[in-house]
Design a protein around this ligand. Structure first.
Ligand code: KG4
Ligand code: ZN
Length: 336
Protein backbone atom coordinates (compact mmCIF):
# COMPACT_ATOMS: atom_id res chain seq x y z
CA UNK A 1 0.00 0.00 0.00
CA UNK A 2 1.19 3.50 -0.76
CA UNK A 3 2.29 5.54 2.20
CA UNK A 4 -0.30 8.30 2.38
CA UNK A 5 1.84 10.57 4.52
CA UNK A 6 3.49 13.62 3.07
CA UNK A 7 0.61 15.03 1.04
CA UNK A 8 0.38 18.77 0.34
CA UNK A 9 -2.94 20.42 -0.50
CA UNK A 10 -2.72 23.37 -2.90
CA UNK A 11 -5.45 26.01 -3.05
CA UNK A 12 -5.83 28.60 -5.81
CA UNK A 13 -8.38 31.44 -5.85
CA UNK A 14 -6.57 34.48 -7.26
CA UNK A 15 -8.98 35.31 -10.08
CA UNK A 16 -11.98 33.43 -11.47
CA UNK A 17 -10.92 29.77 -11.10
CA UNK A 18 -11.44 27.95 -7.83
CA UNK A 19 -8.90 25.15 -7.67
CA UNK A 20 -7.49 22.52 -5.33
CA UNK A 21 -4.86 19.84 -5.92
CA UNK A 22 -2.96 17.22 -3.99
CA UNK A 23 0.77 16.59 -4.39
CA UNK A 24 2.39 13.57 -2.79
CA UNK A 25 5.67 11.74 -3.26
CA UNK A 26 6.70 13.67 -6.31
CA UNK A 27 3.44 13.52 -8.22
CA UNK A 28 0.12 15.24 -8.62
CA UNK A 29 -2.62 12.92 -7.37
CA UNK A 30 -5.52 15.24 -8.16
CA UNK A 31 -6.01 18.57 -9.89
CA UNK A 32 -9.54 20.02 -9.67
CA UNK A 33 -10.64 23.34 -11.18
CA UNK A 34 -14.09 24.96 -11.06
CA UNK A 35 -14.17 27.72 -13.66
CA UNK A 36 -16.66 30.55 -13.20
CA UNK A 37 -18.56 30.85 -16.48
CA UNK A 38 -20.79 33.54 -15.00
CA UNK A 39 -18.26 36.25 -15.97
CA UNK A 40 -18.95 35.61 -19.68
CA UNK A 41 -22.24 37.52 -19.24
CA UNK A 42 -20.31 40.62 -18.19
CA UNK A 43 -17.47 40.42 -20.74
CA UNK A 44 -14.83 40.23 -18.00
CA UNK A 45 -14.22 39.17 -14.42
CA UNK A 46 -16.45 40.97 -11.90
CA UNK A 47 -14.48 40.88 -8.61
CA UNK A 48 -17.51 40.79 -6.31
CA UNK A 49 -19.12 37.96 -8.30
CA UNK A 50 -15.80 36.07 -8.35
CA UNK A 51 -15.34 36.09 -4.58
CA UNK A 52 -18.92 34.92 -3.99
CA UNK A 53 -18.41 32.06 -6.44
CA UNK A 54 -15.13 31.09 -4.72
CA UNK A 55 -17.04 30.87 -1.44
CA UNK A 56 -19.57 28.53 -2.99
CA UNK A 57 -17.03 26.41 -4.86
CA UNK A 58 -14.05 26.09 -2.56
CA UNK A 59 -15.22 23.43 -0.07
CA UNK A 60 -16.65 21.08 -2.77
CA UNK A 61 -13.49 21.55 -4.87
CA UNK A 62 -11.21 20.71 -1.91
CA UNK A 63 -13.40 17.71 -1.03
CA UNK A 64 -13.18 16.44 -4.62
CA UNK A 65 -9.40 16.94 -4.71
CA UNK A 66 -8.93 14.89 -1.51
CA UNK A 67 -11.30 12.17 -2.72
CA UNK A 68 -9.71 11.88 -6.16
CA UNK A 69 -6.28 11.68 -4.53
CA UNK A 70 -7.62 8.89 -2.32
CA UNK A 71 -6.47 10.56 0.87
CA UNK A 72 -8.05 11.92 4.06
CA UNK A 73 -7.44 15.39 5.42
CA UNK A 74 -5.43 13.81 8.25
CA UNK A 75 -2.86 12.65 5.65
CA UNK A 76 -1.95 16.24 4.78
CA UNK A 77 1.35 17.63 6.08
CA UNK A 78 0.80 21.22 4.91
CA UNK A 79 -1.64 23.56 3.17
CA UNK A 80 -0.24 25.74 0.38
CA UNK A 81 -2.33 28.64 -0.88
CA UNK A 82 -2.06 31.55 -3.32
CA UNK A 83 -1.31 34.70 -1.35
CA UNK A 84 -1.12 36.89 -4.46
CA UNK A 85 -0.96 38.59 -6.86
CA UNK A 86 -4.63 38.70 -7.78
CA UNK A 87 -8.03 40.11 -6.89
CA UNK A 88 -8.06 40.84 -3.18
CA UNK A 89 -11.63 39.58 -2.57
CA UNK A 90 -10.92 36.35 -4.45
CA UNK A 91 -7.60 35.78 -2.68
CA UNK A 92 -9.22 36.43 0.69
CA UNK A 93 -11.54 33.43 0.28
CA UNK A 94 -8.63 31.04 -0.37
CA UNK A 95 -6.39 32.58 2.30
CA UNK A 96 -9.09 32.44 4.98
CA UNK A 97 -9.99 28.87 4.14
CA UNK A 98 -6.33 27.76 4.09
CA UNK A 99 -5.67 29.39 7.46
CA UNK A 100 -8.69 27.77 9.11
CA UNK A 101 -7.98 24.36 7.60
CA UNK A 102 -4.30 24.41 8.62
CA UNK A 103 -5.22 25.55 12.12
CA UNK A 104 -7.82 22.82 12.56
CA UNK A 105 -5.38 20.14 11.36
CA UNK A 106 -2.44 21.68 13.25
CA UNK A 107 -0.18 21.60 10.18
CA UNK A 108 1.96 24.31 8.53
CA UNK A 109 0.57 26.95 6.24
CA UNK A 110 2.57 27.89 3.11
CA UNK A 111 2.00 31.09 1.12
CA UNK A 112 2.66 30.85 -2.61
CA UNK A 113 3.27 33.52 -5.22
CA UNK A 114 0.92 32.79 -8.14
CA UNK A 115 3.46 33.85 -10.80
CA UNK A 116 6.24 31.77 -9.27
CA UNK A 117 3.79 28.87 -9.23
CA UNK A 118 3.03 29.25 -12.96
CA UNK A 119 6.76 28.69 -13.57
CA UNK A 120 6.97 25.74 -11.18
CA UNK A 121 4.01 24.09 -12.95
CA UNK A 122 6.83 22.64 -15.07
CA UNK A 123 7.78 20.50 -12.06
CA UNK A 124 4.35 18.90 -11.75
CA UNK A 125 5.31 16.29 -14.32
CA UNK A 126 8.31 15.12 -16.39
CA UNK A 127 10.23 16.37 -18.32
CA UNK A 128 11.41 18.92 -15.77
CA UNK A 129 13.82 21.66 -16.86
CA UNK A 130 17.32 21.76 -15.38
CA UNK A 131 18.52 25.05 -13.89
CA UNK A 132 19.08 27.75 -14.94
CA UNK A 133 16.34 28.18 -17.54
CA UNK A 134 14.40 31.06 -19.03
CA UNK A 135 10.64 31.22 -18.59
CA UNK A 136 8.23 33.38 -20.54
CA UNK A 137 5.25 33.68 -18.22
CA UNK A 138 2.23 34.94 -20.09
CA UNK A 139 -1.14 35.22 -18.39
CA UNK A 140 -4.18 37.47 -18.14
CA UNK A 141 -2.46 39.81 -15.70
CA UNK A 142 1.27 39.37 -16.34
CA UNK A 143 3.90 39.04 -19.04
CA UNK A 144 7.41 38.37 -17.83
CA UNK A 145 10.68 36.83 -18.89
CA UNK A 146 12.35 35.20 -15.91
CA UNK A 147 15.73 33.70 -15.33
CA UNK A 148 14.97 30.73 -13.07
CA UNK A 149 18.04 29.82 -11.01
CA UNK A 150 16.41 27.32 -8.65
CA UNK A 151 12.82 26.48 -7.66
CA UNK A 152 12.66 29.35 -5.20
CA UNK A 153 15.02 31.83 -6.85
CA UNK A 154 13.94 33.61 -9.99
CA UNK A 155 14.84 36.95 -11.46
CA UNK A 156 12.67 39.18 -13.67
CA UNK A 157 14.63 40.09 -16.81
CA UNK A 158 11.76 41.88 -18.53
CA UNK A 159 8.05 42.50 -18.16
CA UNK A 160 5.17 44.40 -19.67
CA UNK A 161 4.99 48.11 -19.04
CA UNK A 162 1.21 48.17 -19.64
CA UNK A 163 -1.18 45.36 -20.72
CA UNK A 164 -0.38 41.67 -20.36
CA UNK A 165 -0.32 39.35 -23.40
CA UNK A 166 -3.54 37.67 -22.21
CA UNK A 167 -5.18 41.08 -21.91
CA UNK A 168 -4.11 41.85 -25.49
CA UNK A 169 -5.94 38.70 -26.62
CA UNK A 170 -8.98 39.39 -24.43
CA UNK A 171 -9.33 43.10 -25.25
CA UNK A 172 -8.88 42.74 -29.00
CA UNK A 173 -11.28 39.78 -28.92
CA UNK A 174 -13.85 42.00 -27.26
CA UNK A 175 -13.45 44.54 -30.08
CA UNK A 176 -14.45 41.88 -32.62
CA UNK A 177 -17.34 40.60 -30.52
CA UNK A 178 -15.78 37.43 -29.05
CA UNK A 179 -16.87 36.28 -25.57
CA UNK A 180 -14.60 36.56 -22.51
CA UNK A 181 -11.96 35.22 -22.24
CA UNK A 182 -11.23 35.71 -25.94
CA UNK A 183 -7.74 34.12 -25.95
CA UNK A 184 -8.88 30.53 -26.62
CA UNK A 185 -11.47 31.76 -29.21
CA UNK A 186 -8.88 33.77 -31.11
CA UNK A 187 -6.60 30.72 -31.05
CA UNK A 188 -9.32 28.52 -32.59
CA UNK A 189 -10.33 31.03 -35.27
CA UNK A 190 -6.70 31.92 -36.08
CA UNK A 191 -6.15 28.32 -37.17
CA UNK A 192 -8.75 28.86 -39.91
CA UNK A 193 -7.25 32.14 -41.15
CA UNK A 194 -4.07 33.79 -42.44
CA UNK A 195 -2.15 36.72 -40.90
CA UNK A 196 -2.88 39.04 -43.82
CA UNK A 197 -3.33 42.24 -41.78
CA UNK A 198 -0.15 43.86 -40.59
CA UNK A 199 -0.44 45.33 -37.10
CA UNK A 200 2.43 47.45 -35.76
CA UNK A 201 5.17 46.10 -33.56
CA UNK A 202 5.89 48.24 -30.45
CA UNK A 203 9.44 49.58 -30.24
CA UNK A 204 10.33 48.91 -26.61
CA UNK A 205 13.91 48.86 -25.38
CA UNK A 206 15.49 45.86 -23.68
CA UNK A 207 13.44 42.88 -22.61
CA UNK A 208 10.26 44.74 -21.64
CA UNK A 209 6.97 44.44 -23.50
CA UNK A 210 4.10 46.76 -24.37
CA UNK A 211 0.72 45.67 -25.70
CA UNK A 212 -1.54 48.70 -25.22
CA UNK A 213 -0.49 50.28 -28.54
CA UNK A 214 -1.43 47.11 -30.40
CA UNK A 215 -4.94 47.21 -28.96
CA UNK A 216 -5.34 50.86 -30.02
CA UNK A 217 -3.95 50.15 -33.51
CA UNK A 218 -6.42 47.30 -33.97
CA UNK A 219 -9.28 49.50 -32.75
CA UNK A 220 -8.47 52.23 -35.31
CA UNK A 221 -7.94 49.66 -38.05
CA UNK A 222 -11.36 48.11 -37.39
CA UNK A 223 -13.09 51.50 -37.22
CA UNK A 224 -11.58 52.44 -40.58
CA UNK A 225 -12.48 49.17 -42.27
CA UNK A 226 -16.01 48.96 -40.82
CA UNK A 227 -16.69 52.47 -42.16
CA UNK A 228 -15.93 51.18 -45.67
CA UNK A 229 -17.68 47.82 -45.20
CA UNK A 230 -20.03 47.26 -42.22
CA UNK A 231 -19.60 43.48 -42.59
CA UNK A 232 -15.79 43.66 -42.52
CA UNK A 233 -15.34 41.92 -39.15
CA UNK A 234 -17.74 39.09 -39.93
CA UNK A 235 -16.28 38.54 -43.39
CA UNK A 236 -12.66 38.55 -42.16
CA UNK A 237 -12.93 37.15 -38.63
CA UNK A 238 -10.47 34.27 -39.04
CA UNK A 239 -7.87 36.45 -40.80
CA UNK A 240 -8.21 39.19 -38.15
CA UNK A 241 -7.68 36.58 -35.40
CA UNK A 242 -4.70 35.07 -37.23
CA UNK A 243 -3.17 38.55 -37.64
CA UNK A 244 -3.70 39.51 -33.98
CA UNK A 245 -2.26 36.22 -32.76
CA UNK A 246 0.66 36.37 -35.16
CA UNK A 247 1.64 39.84 -33.97
CA UNK A 248 1.36 38.95 -30.25
CA UNK A 249 3.40 35.79 -30.82
CA UNK A 250 6.13 37.57 -32.83
CA UNK A 251 6.45 40.22 -30.08
CA UNK A 252 6.84 37.50 -27.42
CA UNK A 253 9.29 35.39 -29.44
CA UNK A 254 11.49 38.33 -30.38
CA UNK A 255 12.10 39.23 -26.72
CA UNK A 256 12.58 35.62 -25.73
CA UNK A 257 15.25 35.27 -28.42
CA UNK A 258 16.93 38.43 -27.16
CA UNK A 259 16.89 37.09 -23.58
CA UNK A 260 18.44 33.78 -24.68
CA UNK A 261 21.16 35.65 -26.54
CA UNK A 262 21.87 38.03 -23.62
CA UNK A 263 22.03 35.32 -20.96
CA UNK A 264 23.51 32.52 -23.05
CA UNK A 265 20.78 30.24 -21.70
CA UNK A 266 19.22 27.90 -24.24
CA UNK A 267 16.76 26.08 -21.97
CA UNK A 268 13.50 27.92 -22.59
CA UNK A 269 10.08 27.38 -21.01
CA UNK A 270 6.68 29.03 -21.39
CA UNK A 271 4.03 29.21 -18.68
CA UNK A 272 0.67 30.82 -17.82
CA UNK A 273 -2.70 30.85 -19.61
CA UNK A 274 -1.36 32.19 -22.92
CA UNK A 275 1.15 29.32 -23.09
CA UNK A 276 -1.88 27.22 -24.12
CA UNK A 277 -1.92 29.19 -27.39
CA UNK A 278 -1.25 26.91 -30.34
CA UNK A 279 0.47 29.66 -32.37
CA UNK A 280 2.88 30.42 -29.52
CA UNK A 281 3.60 26.72 -28.97
CA UNK A 282 4.31 26.23 -32.68
CA UNK A 283 6.49 29.36 -32.93
CA UNK A 284 8.50 28.33 -29.86
CA UNK A 285 9.10 24.91 -31.34
CA UNK A 286 10.18 26.41 -34.68
CA UNK A 287 12.58 28.79 -32.91
CA UNK A 288 13.92 25.89 -30.84
CA UNK A 289 14.72 23.93 -33.97
CA UNK A 290 16.48 26.90 -35.49
CA UNK A 291 18.38 28.11 -32.41
CA UNK A 292 18.96 24.68 -30.88
CA UNK A 293 16.97 25.44 -27.72
CA UNK A 294 15.70 22.84 -25.32
CA UNK A 295 12.08 23.84 -24.79
CA UNK A 296 9.53 23.11 -22.09
CA UNK A 297 5.86 23.52 -22.93
CA UNK A 298 3.41 22.65 -20.14
CA UNK A 299 0.50 20.25 -20.52
CA UNK A 300 -2.74 22.22 -21.08
CA UNK A 301 -4.05 21.50 -17.58
CA UNK A 302 -0.99 23.25 -16.11
CA UNK A 303 -1.10 26.35 -18.39
CA UNK A 304 -4.20 28.15 -17.15
CA UNK A 305 -4.87 28.71 -13.45
CA UNK A 306 -4.70 25.51 -11.42
CA UNK A 307 -3.77 24.40 -7.93
CA UNK A 308 -1.29 21.69 -8.96
CA UNK A 309 1.25 24.48 -9.46
CA UNK A 310 0.44 25.82 -5.99
CA UNK A 311 0.88 22.38 -4.41
CA UNK A 312 4.22 21.81 -6.20
CA UNK A 313 5.52 25.22 -5.13
CA UNK A 314 4.26 24.43 -1.63
CA UNK A 315 6.35 21.27 -1.65
CA UNK A 316 9.56 23.19 -2.46
CA UNK A 317 8.80 25.70 0.29
CA UNK A 318 7.95 22.88 2.70
CA UNK A 319 11.36 21.32 2.10
CA UNK A 320 12.99 24.72 2.62
CA UNK A 321 11.00 25.23 5.85
CA UNK A 322 9.35 28.39 4.52
CA UNK A 323 6.10 28.57 6.46
CA UNK A 324 3.59 31.37 7.01
CA UNK A 325 2.00 32.61 10.20
CA UNK A 326 -1.73 32.73 10.93
CA UNK A 327 -1.51 36.53 10.51
CA UNK A 328 -0.76 36.23 6.77
CA UNK A 329 -2.96 38.47 4.55
CA UNK A 330 -3.49 38.42 0.76
CA UNK A 331 -1.43 40.65 -1.53
CA UNK A 332 -3.00 42.14 -4.67
CA UNK A 333 0.51 42.88 -6.00
CA UNK A 334 3.51 40.73 -5.31
CA UNK A 335 6.65 40.53 -7.46
CA UNK A 336 8.16 37.01 -7.85
O1 KG4 B 1 -2.88 32.11 -16.26
P1 KG4 B 1 -4.32 32.40 -16.50
O2 KG4 B 1 -5.29 31.26 -16.50
O3 KG4 B 1 -4.86 33.41 -15.44
C1 KG4 B 1 -4.13 34.51 -14.97
O4 KG4 B 1 -3.28 34.28 -14.08
O5 KG4 B 1 -4.34 35.59 -15.55
O6 KG4 B 1 -4.39 33.20 -17.89
C2 KG4 B 1 -5.61 33.61 -18.42
C3 KG4 B 1 -5.34 34.25 -19.77
C4 KG4 B 1 -6.55 34.89 -20.38
O7 KG4 B 1 -6.19 36.18 -20.84
C5 KG4 B 1 -6.90 33.97 -21.56
O8 KG4 B 1 -7.51 34.64 -22.64
C6 KG4 B 1 -5.53 33.48 -21.92
O9 KG4 B 1 -4.88 33.24 -20.69
N1 KG4 B 1 -5.59 32.22 -22.70
C7 KG4 B 1 -5.22 32.14 -24.01
C8 KG4 B 1 -5.44 30.79 -24.40
N2 KG4 B 1 -5.94 30.11 -23.32
C9 KG4 B 1 -6.01 31.00 -22.29
N3 KG4 B 1 -4.73 33.07 -24.84
C10 KG4 B 1 -4.45 32.68 -26.10
N4 KG4 B 1 -4.65 31.43 -26.55
C11 KG4 B 1 -5.13 30.46 -25.75
N5 KG4 B 1 -5.32 29.22 -26.22
ZN1 ZN C 1 -2.50 32.65 -13.57
Amino acid sequence: MTDKKGAILGIESSCDDTAAAVWMHGEILSNVVASQDIHKEYGGVVPEVASRAHQQNLIPVVDTALNRAGIKKEDLVAIAFTRGPGLIGSLLVGVTFAKSFALSLDIPLIEVNHMQAHVLAHFARDPKPAFPFLCLTVSGGHTQILRVNSPLEMEVLGETIDDAAGEAFDKTGKLIGLPYPAGPEIDKLANQGKPVFDFPEPQIEGLNFSFSGLKTAILYFLQREVKKDPDFVKANLADICASVQDRIVTILLKKLKKAAKQTGISRVAIAGGVSANSGLRRALQAEANQSDWETFIPDFEFCTDNAAMIAVTGWYKYQAGEFSSQEVAPLARWQV
